[in-house]
Design a binder for this molecule. Structure first.
Ligand SMILES: [Zn+2]
Ligand SMILES: [Zn+2]
Length: 237
């Protein structure tokens, strides 16, 4: 059967290779077992914001206890550190879309491992139209393709628009970040979603996803979870 040959050809010519060390990979993902084991995982995340906690016995960080964000839970498997930050930068700034599959698969696995209740849909954090034109793609949407596929969930984009062309949160201090994101999103439709997951590439202070969650809850969504590849510490890296 010539067609079978054709479908087999790519794996014969290009066996799975680790994108980090170029070693052959026996995994379904393009990372070898060694590099996979070395990824900077957050071992004891805050249940609500995924900020790293000092001990497993704690559930919530101090910030979530005193000033809880509008979202209910966060899955963020990694610290924003090498090599995850390099892969994220490659996706976002060099358009290496193959990294979206790797990072999306890792995020989906973290969702499974957490045992969290699945939402009804995945909402990629939208980019402002101007930024989308400049970049040509929304990295959150690219990641969402692989995460949503794993759970056979619909990707819902278009129900929220980014109305403010906000500055990158990493360039601002805490006060500016809050102001920067206030009213940054507008809701276009009122679909009857009760439980959604908002997906982004990196979470810095949580102000971006916090504001999006607030907008969704005002519109009647009951539960908003956040799924993101990486979490920075509360300080700017
Ligand atoms: Zn490797
Ligand atoms: Zn927290």
């Amino acid at each position: 059967m010539p067609y079978k040959w054709l479908t087999r050809l790519p794996t014969v010519l290009y066996p799975p290779t680790c994108v980090l060390c170029q070693a052959p990979s026996s995994q379904a993902i393009d990372l070898c077992i060694g590099c996979l084991g070395d990824l900077p995982r957050i071992l004891h995340p805050c249940r609500q914001c995924a900020s790293p906690l000092p001990a497993e016995s704690l559930e919530l960080c101090g910030a979530c206890q005193t000033n809880p964000p509008a979202f209910d839970a966060t899955i963020a498997p990694f610290r924003y550190a090498l090599p995850i930050n390099r892969l994220l930068a490659g996706l976002k700034f060099q358009g290496k879309l193959m990294y979206a599959r790797i990072l999306g698969d890792l995020t989906a696995q973290a969702v499974i491992d957490s045992g969290i209740e699945l939402p009804e849909c995945v909402i990629p954090v939208p980019l402002h139209a101007r930024r989308l034109r400049e970049r040509g793609f929304n990295q959150a949407r690219e990641l969402a393709r692989y995460v949503a596929r794993r759970f056979e969930l619909p990707i819902v984009d278009g129900i929220v628009t980014r109305t403010k062309d906000t500055k990158p949160q990493m360039e601002l201090d805490a006060k500016q970040r809050f102001k920067n994101m206030r009213d940054a999103f507008a809701l276009n439709t009122l679909d009857p979603w009760q439980h959604v997951a908002v997906l982004d590439d990196v979470m810095t202070t949580g102000n971006t996803v916090g504001e999006l969650a607030r907008t969704l809850k005002v519109a009647g969504v009951k539960t908003v979870d956040v799924w993101t590849v990486a979490r920075t510490h509360s300080e700017v890296p």
